[in-house]
Design a protein around this ligand. Structure first.
Ligand SMILES: C[S@@+](CC[C@H](N)C(=O)[O-])C[C@H]1O[C@@H](n2cnc3c(N)ncnc32)[C@H](O)[C@@H]1O
Length: 199
């Protein structure tokens, strides 16, 4: 099953993954972002935007937002929630050539929440993200993490998470700074890691 079919089915069942709340953005995230001179809006690309929760929240804070997702069902909902058009929230598979339509050196912030575990070639993906970031642009990567030696009791955890050593090594290879700045403990589902990485 390709990502579009797989995720359309999930979103048609009414599932959502909205755990990116306003307090977290205002108190944890915004103070860590590289400031921008003057009144120029910061540009954001949400890769794997789902139903547009991140887009909507960051739009409210003045970001000029763009999203991409494999699921046309999720994109339909994201457009509805944000009022954005087909140019700003697009359907695309980022494991294929989905990111090629965006311009290099453009985005001040790229967000990628609960997606990287599903990406086939994570090294190529992170290189593509790096190229799209503006100078000193930042990647916010949010993902469930697996720690070696820890037994995960929920059988699905492994499918939605990435090995902490592997992902940190890939991030460090690509980015000049990598900071695991926040962790949420998800009971027996493990740990959700929040990384901010600078170009
Ligand atoms: C767990 S959901 C998270 C959605 C959203 N980031 C959120 O937090 O609400 C994973 C998302 O990744 C998207 N996705 C998975 N593989 C993808 C791919 N190869 N290209 C584009 N999007 C993909 C899915 O369609 C889905 O919307």
């Amino acid at each position: 099953m390709n990502p579009k079919e797989r995720w359309d089915e999930v979103f048609k069942q009414g599932k959502d993954f909205t755990t990116f709340n306003d307090i977290f953005i205002d108190e944890e995230l915004l103070p860590r972002l590289t400031p921008k001179e003057g009144n120029i809006p910061r540009t954001l690309l949400d890769v794997g935007c789902g139903t547009g929760d991140v887009l909507m929240r960051m739009q409210k804070r003045g970001f000029d937002v763009t999203g991409i997702d494999a699921s046309s069902e999720a994109v339909r909902i994201a457009r509805e929630r944000t009022g954005l058009d087909e140019q700003s929230v697009v359907v695309g598979d980022v494991d294929a050539l989905g990111l090629d339509q965006f311009h290099a050196n453009t985005y001040d912030l790229i967000t990628n929440k609960l997606v990287i575990a599903f990406i086939k070639d994570k090294k190529v993906f992170l290189k593509n993200i790096y190229d799209l970031l503006s100078e000193k642009g930042q990647l916010l990567l949010i993902t469930p993490l697996l720690y070696s030696g820890v037994e995960y009791t929920k059988p699905h955890t492994k499918g939605i998470a990435v090995d902490v050593e592997i992902i940190e090594s890939l991030l460090n290879e690509q980015f000049s700074k990598v900071n695991l700045f926040h962790r949420d403990f998800m009971d027996d589902n493990g740990v959700l890691g929040y990384y901010l990485c600078e170009k």
